[in-house]
Design a protein around this ligand. Structure first.
Ligand code: MN
Length: 315
């Protein structure tokens, strides 16, 4: 997806991990894309990074008859990976490498933008008339942010069976089980199911900072009831989470990673380090350089929004 509500200016983001466990609730900020409800969970002014995770939109649920509720024309990315995860419905990805990624629930679409790629995402003609999903971005570390762009699709992901539930590992590793998806640093992204009326113990890497985002059902963490589409930042130095589900099974996204030791700048669909890099990426997109063409998408590309470059405070 494209960042639909970029600011004209940009703010630096650096990891500010706590020195231990915390419990911070950040309800998603609601926006709307032509009738598709979206909640922005990252970045937020209070919390911009969880490990290298720098962006999270939750969209839907939506029921529709006809039309294309997901129809994001060609747009560029640089310096990040996009992680597309559907809970319901279908989305097809087309990119400037000429690759096609038809996705459905359980299929991971992972795009590594590296130095630059363009893609489009849309609801395919053959669909079940429902849509619900997550769009996440991972900031690439300095050593890898200029890698060649690539796209991979994973139909089979490892599942960790736990007492009281299970976790599907999208990216990185949990409990010694690693996703085959290409990762560039220590992190975890996992889709967790807590069975009805059970106690689920989720093992964590204590060197990571973590966040949980409930996607459905009801459950409690340390006695706190959790709300859907809220980012719960949990801090670091936790060895496990104890979740108690209620009358319905709960489904949650677990995000974590080693504190990202670099200050990043995010603007529109770019992750960079300096204002000059953002200006150059914007100019390259507007001039038709660097990012390539998305030939398979039938429609106009998305023009870059206005950008006001201003001095960025140095850390
Ligand atoms: Mn995108």
């Amino acid at each position: 997806m494209s960042n639909l509500a970029p600011t004209h200016e940009t703010e630096p983001a650096r990891s500010e991990p706590t020195s231990g466990p915390v419990f911070e609730a950040l309800p998603g900020r609601s926006t709307d894309l032509l009738g598709l409800p979206i909640r922005r969970l990252l970045p937020r002014s209070q919390r911009r990074l969880v490990g290298p995770w720098c962006f999270l939109d939750s969209y839907g649920p939506l029921t529709f008859a006809g039309g294309k509720p997901m129809d994001v024309g060609p747009h560029p990315h640089t310096g990040l990976q996009t992680v597309s995860w559907l809970l319901d419905g279908e989305v097809v990805h087309h990119d400037s490498l000429g690759l096609v990624g038809p996705a459905r629930p359980g299929v991971l679409n992972l795009m590594t933008a590296g130095r630059g790629i363009a893609h489009a995402e849309e609801t395919p003609a053959a669909n079940r008339g429902r849509l619900r999903g997550l769009q996440l971005w991972v900031a690439l570390p300095e050593a890898s942010r200029e890698v060649a762009p690539s796209f991979e699709q994973h139909e089979t992901l490892p599942v960790v069976d736990l007492e009281g539930g299970r976790a599907t590992i999208l990216l990185g590793q949990l409990d010694g089980v690693r996703s085959p998806a290409r990762a560039f640093g220590p992190l975890v992204g996992a889709d967790v199911i807590a069975e009805t009326g059970r106690r689920l113990i989720l093992p964590l890497d204590p060197s990571f900072e973590h966040a949980l985002v409930p996607m459905g059902g009801d459950c409690r963490l340390d006695g706190h009831p959790l709300d859907v589409d809220t980012l719960y930042y949990l801090g670091s130095r936790r060895r496990e989470l104890v979740l108690e589900s209620g009358r319905k099974p709960a489904r949650l996204m677990l995000l974590g990673g080693a504190p990202f030791g670099e200050t990043i700048l995010m603007w529109w669909n770019f992750v960079a380090r300096t204002t000059e890099e953002i200006v150059a990426a914007r100019e390259d997109w507007q001039a038709g350089r660097r990012f390539g063409e998305v030939g398979a998408y039938d429609g106009p590309r998305i023009e870059a929004p206005r950008f006001v470059a201003r001095p960025v405070p140095r850390p």
